[in-house]
Design a protein around this ligand. Structure first.
Ligand SMILES: C[S@@+](CC[C@H](N)C(=O)[O-])C[C@H]1O[C@@H](n2cnc3c(N)ncnc32)[C@H](O)[C@@H]1O
Length: 220
């Protein structure tokens, strides 16, 4: 695996996600999240941080486009599979895979683009605090993209019709941003056609928040 493995104390999140990945051999589909792809395509590649990278589709996509990526997950198994795929695809030099339980540790450094795509878990990890921490790790002019589920997926491993979904306004408010320091680039709930692991399709809603830290190159 590229990059440093952080000293890692097993946690409830580690146990839950390790068991899930170890019990599921299914490979990734190799396709980046479409919201991430459309948001990141116009950006100039720099340093990127992918929080909850799973099997690495987004990190690998960013790496192939010239980003230097730090890809983080709590599951060593997910990281090993993601790292192996990055090697197969010849992009491993662009990506450092780091194991963190984000409830306890956060990667060092500053980043030009940070993504948290479906960084959601049944094990509480103080997600709002992690996203606030992500805002602090953005360089001036950097962009944070947060995508969460805004509707159920028929193929989700856990179906709970009572699951509350945040609105775009709630998702943005949870970041507690100083409006003098940040520009809101996206706050919405777009629908899209999504494809499940067995090829089934459904219309799904994403809650999308993209905020840019002011003060980048050329800022007044
Ligand atoms: C719902 S999956 C989404 C993964 C991927 N970003 C995607 O779009 O498919 C959530 C991911 O976050 C990771 N994760 C959950 N809790 C975490 C935590 N406390 N610290 C770091 N990663 C965590 C899980 O291992 C899993 O890979």
């Amino acid at each position: 695996m590229n990059g440093e493995r952080q000293d890692h104390v097993p946690s409830a999140s580690t146990g839950f996600w390790e068991q899930l990945y170890q019990g599921r051999e299914r490979p990734s589909n190799g396709i980046p999240n479409p919201v991430l792809a459309s948001v990141a395509t116009p950006l100039t590649p720099g340093r990127a941080l992918d929080l909850g990278c799973a099997l690495g589709d987004d990190a690998i996509w960013l790496g192939t486009r010239g980003w230097r990526v730090t890809a983080v997950d709590v599951s060593a198994t997910a990281l090993e599979r993601a790292s192996a795929r990055s090697t197969e695809l010849g992009v491993s030099a662009q990506i450092e895979f780091e194991q963190h339980d984000l409830a306890f540790t956060f990667p060092d450094g500053t980043y030009d683009f940070i993504s948290a795509v479906y960084l959601q878990s049944p094990i509480d990890f103080r997600r709002d605090h992690v996203l606030w921490r992500a805002t602090q790790a953005l360089s001036p002019g950097g962009l944070l993209l947060v995508v969460t589920h805004g509707s159920g997926r028929p193929w989700a491993w856990k179906q709970d019709p009572s699951t509350p979904f945040r609105t775009p306004e709630e998702s943005l408010a949870a970041l507690e941003l100083d409006p003098f320091q940040w520009d809101v680039e996206i706050s919405g709930a777009p629908e899209r056609q999504a494809t499940g692991p067995n090829g089934e399709t459904a219309t799904v809603v994403d809650i999308v928040t993209a905020v840019r830290r002011r003060g980048g190159p050329g800022a007044a």
